[in-house]
Design a protein around this ligand. Structure first.
Ligand SMILES: CSC[C@H]1O[C@H](OP(=O)(O)O)[C@H](O)[C@@H]1O
Length: 380
């Protein structure tokens, strides 16, 4: 498997560098990914030469975050087509790499359908490969535009809910440019508040066990000069109790038709705390994260990840002897419960913000109307 990682190279990543890009060097097309497992200590790029390499990168969270998974899945299909591999096999492998973020299968399907319809029309595999790449690029651009519009709608909602500015926002996991074709989802709202001079504090949950908050959100907050403070996940309750949180902003990996929200594990307890302390709990996600085919929260498949992510402290800078290559922090043989996500019921969600606007309260009807506008527009 390691062979498919053609090479990695050190980079100091200028602001605005995308977390994923397509390149066409003389030796053949590649998908270049910023390896998020190496951040924040190292900015290392992975050069993927085929779909198995992308599947591995998705499974290891080298590339992660619902919208970016969709973009990566689409580029993976385009890569298979461009290099003459079986497109349907690649699509199946990419879609199955992680189960919860619906964006992944949406992105794969977009590129695969483009390939199949172009092949049926022209009989030319090269033209079909170009169609798959065009679909991936279109999804990438759409997501960048969606990110900007979510930031606008999200900031307007914060200002409406919290008159007087100086928002103190708590966020969980990582939802910035590392999960997006643009500046992200929930983090993009915090960034917009910062640029408007209305972000007083960004409270950053470290987000055990893979520390997307401590490693990635802190990295993005620092790069954007936000006033941020890192906290352990179990310290969030005391912040609410101290009246230090004005709003919670989180992303989503899948939103069911009834408005149930699957997001990084630890999001549901934040929603309960927010409700108890009368703090808005706002979910920010593109329409591609809303899945009308999933009726409710119980129907969402929550990814269960390896126990060693809990029983070991894993960082590539300290390769140690644990099963996961980390530093064992629990006795050998300790069993661990490690769901990657949890599900928040719609009644605990103050609002869902997409590129089409906000829905509050969260109802199946309101969500369908909000998403319908966008789906009509993209279906033409
Ligand atoms: C807005 S997508 C970001 C979303 O994805 C994260 O999960 P993971 O790091 O496992 O890909 C987390 O749920 C974030 O909210």
């Amino acid at each position: 498997m390691a062979d498919q990682y053609a090479q990695t190279r050190e980079d100091n990543r200028p602001a605005g560098t995308p977390a994923i890009r397509w390149e066409e060097p003389p030796e053949g097309p590649v998908v270049v990914l910023l390896d998020q497992t190496r951040l924040p200590a190292e900015e290392v790029e992975l050069v993927c030469t085929d779909a198995p390499a992308l599947v591995e990168a998705i499974r290891s969270l080298a590339v992660r975050g619902a919208p970016l998974l969709g973009i990566a899945g689409a580029y993976g299909v385009a890569l298979a087509a461009a290099r003459g591999f079986d497109v349907d096999d690649a699509a199946a492998a990419l879609s199955g790499a992680r189960p919860t973020a619906v964006n992944l299968s949406v992105g794969v399907h977009r590129a695969q359908s483009a390939y199949q319809s172009a092949l049926a029309k022209t009989g030319d595999a090269r033209l079909a490969a170009s169609a798959a790449l065009a679909a991936a690029r279109q999804l990438h651009q759409e997501d960048a535009r969606a990110s900007a519009r979510m930031a606008e709608h999200g900031l307007a909602l914060l200002d409406e809910l919290l008159p007087g500015g100086g928002h103190r926002v708590l966020t969980h996991c990582n939802t910035g440019s590392l999960v997006s074709g643009g500046e992200g989802t929930a983090f993009a709202v915090a960034l917009a508040a910062h640029r408007a001079g209305r972000l007083r504090r960004l409270w950053v949950d470290e987000t055990r066990p893979l520390l997307q908050g401590a490693r990635l959100t802190a990295y993005e907050a620092a790069r954007n000069d936000l006033a941020y403070t890192l906290l352990t996940d179990n310290a969030a309750g005391s912040l609410f109790a101290a009246g230090e949180v004005d709003a919670v902003l989180v992303g989503a990996d899948r939103i069911a038709a009834d408005g149930s929200v699957a997001n990084k594990v630890g999001s549901y307890p934040l929603a309960v705390l927010a409700r108890y302390h009368h703090v808005p709990f706002i979910v920010v996600a593109p329409v591609t994260t809303v899945d009308p085919a999933t009726p409710d929260g119980a129907a969402i498949e929550v990814e269960q990840r390896p126990g060693y992510e809990v029983t070991e402290f894993i960082t590539p800078q300290v390769p140690v002897t644990g099963a996961g290559g980390g530093l064992p922090i629990a006795p050998l043989g300790t069993q661990a419960y490690n769901p990657a996500f949890d599900v928040t019921p719609p009644e605990l969600v103050t609002a869902i913000v997409t590129e089409e606007g906000a829905v509050s309260p969260v109802t199946a009807k309101g969500l369908a109307e909000l998403c319908g506008r966008s789906r009509q527009a993209t279906s033409g």
